[in-house]
Design a binder for this molecule. Structure first.
Ligand SMILES: Cc1ncc(COP(=O)(O)O)c(C=O)c1O
Length: 408
């Protein structure tokens, strides 16, 4: 069950304690980590003690999201292979696997190497690994983790992989990458895709595993019904290609795709075998605005990831300035973060500054207040931070290293 709006808005109500000087300890990042290393817990460290801006994970919301998606996949008889590009954090991948995922996705070879170094074995790299450097590293990773899979959308690339695999005496697991609509990577569905699958099947050193089809263009289509129509339109030819491969006697067994926006649409498409969802663990402003079955706001999963900031200047009635600006949030969207205070909005106000608009604030905002803000777009937002603080209520429970951070 996702958390109620009231539950997660409560997290924005941290402010009053901060007004009492001396209540909070003045830890810097290194001190919090030293404390953790020494006592193997951060007992007694509150969110209010943390330096700002910091990335905060609300464990209650996060755990509900992880469990919710795992239950959905199980109920639909689908494998779950969450995308680690969202969180880049081994501890989160570990928890997703523990909750029932059978593997993970990685967007890049570096992400895959990082996740493997942290103990993960069943990794699908969802981007083509082209060129001597990446193919060499894919081979090295496959030697260490033989179930590693990667994508191919071109016969010439398949031949290069085959040549390298034969030379290294290793078998590379390959998925045909089919482009539903995005014109980013992927071969066209239909005859071309089936022909590529046949070519892969003939090539020594390659093992055809199935189809990768990610309709990113469907994921944020506004409104559930419009999104459903979009995803069905573009995913159907992809899945038909997968079925045609099987009919042709090719060893295609995996049909992998879907996003947080389409998980409950693509799950009903006959032929789908696994979900490679990512953002559901955190949610963000962008997904919330996409709308869902329940209405204009997408509420299947709850926002678990926020940036904690401090009100650093309060000289006007209608605005306050916080210490989280362009460097604290992803800036790839036309909107910024959403403060967890009812009625308050945010606008960027420089590299290190953000503006809170208080005209309709549901409560007073004072100098020194701590404010949490839902991130605009979770994937690039996580990539800005070295660590996230996993909190239960106001208490910091663990610090998780964003180990693949920056590993683009
Ligand atoms: C190839 C691929 N698969 C799956 C996902 C997960 O999508 P979402 O984070 O919207 O769930 C992404 C996200 O960008 C992706 O690029």
């Amino acid at each position: 069950m996702p958390l109620s709006r009231r539950d997660w808005l409560k997290r924005g109500a941290l402010a009053p304690a901060m007004l009492i000087p001396g209540v909070a300890q003045a830890y810097d990042v290194d001190e919090v980590e030293r404390r953790l290393a020494k006592s193997s817990s951060v007992e007694g460290v509150s969110k209010l003690d943390l330096p700002t801006p910091s990335l905060i994970l609300d464990l209650d919301a996060f755990e509900a999201n992880v469990a919710g998606m795992a239950a959905h996949a199980k109920q639909h008889g689908l494998q779950l292979r969450p995308h680690s590009k969202t969180h880049k954090t081994p501890e989160i991948a570990r928890r997703q696997l523990k909750a029932g995922a059978h593997g993970i996705c990685a967007a890049t070879i570096r992400e895959a190497e990082t996740m493997h170094a942290a103990g993960m074995a069943e990794i699908l790299i969802t981007g083509e690994q082209v060129g001597v450097n990446k193919i060499g590293r894919l081979i090295r990773l496959t030697k260490a983790a033989p179930e590693t899979m990667s994508t191919v959308d071109n016969a010439e690339h398949a031949e290069q992989l085959s040549e390298a695999a034969r030379a290294a005496k290793v078998t590379l697991n390959v998925m045909v990458d089919i482009d539903p609509v995005g014109r980013r990577t992927g071969i066209a569905p239909g005859k071309k895709a089936v022909a590529l699958a046949k070519r892969i099947d003939q090539l020594e050193g390659l093992r055809l595993r199935g189809v990768h089809g990610y309709s990113g263009a469907s994921s944020h289509v506004k409104g559930y019904e419009a999104r459903k129509a979009h995803s069905i339109q573009y995913m159907t030819p992809v899945i038909e290609s997968f079925e045609a491969m099987k009919k042709a006697g090719l060893p295609a067994e995996i049909m992998s795709g879907a996003s947080t926006g389409t998980y409950n649409i693509d799950s009903d498409l006959a032929g789908m075998t696994e979900l490679q969802v990512g953002s559901y663990v955190f949610m963000d402003v962008e997904y919330r605005r996409a709308g869902g079955r329940s209405g204009d706001t997408y509420t299947d999963f709850s926002p678990s990831l926020t940036v904690l900031a401090t009100v650093m200047s309060k000289n006007y009635d209608d605005i306050a300035t916080i210490d989280a600006g362009l460097k604290a949030f992803a800036t790839d969207r036309s909107f910024g973060p959403e403060p967890l205070i009812e009625g308050v909005t945010y606008s960027f106000n420089g590299d290190e500054h953000g503006r809170l608009h208080l005209e309709n604030a549901s409560r007073e905002v004072k100098l020194g207040d701590k404010v949490e803000l839902i991130v605009p777009h979770c994937d690039p937002n996580v990539n800005l931070y070295d660590r996230m603080y996993a909190c239960r209520g106001d208490q910091v429970r663990e610090i998780w290293k964003i180990a693949a951070r920056g590993h683009v």
